[in-house]
Design a protein. Structure first.
Length: 78
């Protein structure tokens, strides 16, 4: 569960390398390694790089709402 893995995520700063394209590529390769139904990550990474601008625009449009939602939920429980 997430509660079990989260301490390791924080300790090893898993999300840090997502800011780099090689970090995304490495993450996708890791998914292929762990998932029985995936055979390669090249297609996924090619789509990521080909659609980077669209993904960035979607992120910029969505993230402020997500951040506000998370802050509201956090304040509700504290």
């Amino acid at each position: 569960s997430f509660n079990n893995i989260f301490p390791y995520m924080k300790q090893h700063n898993w999300l840090f390398n997502y800011q780099f394209s090689w970090g995304i590529e490495k993450s996708l390769a890791g998914l292929v390694h762990r998932a029985k139904y995936l055979t390669d990550s090249d297609t996924a990474f090619a789509l990521f790089t080909d659609r980077y601008i669209e993904l960035e625009n979607a992120y910029q449009a969505f993230f402020p709402s997500l951040k506000n939602f998370a802050l509201e939920k956090f304040s509700d429980i504290h």
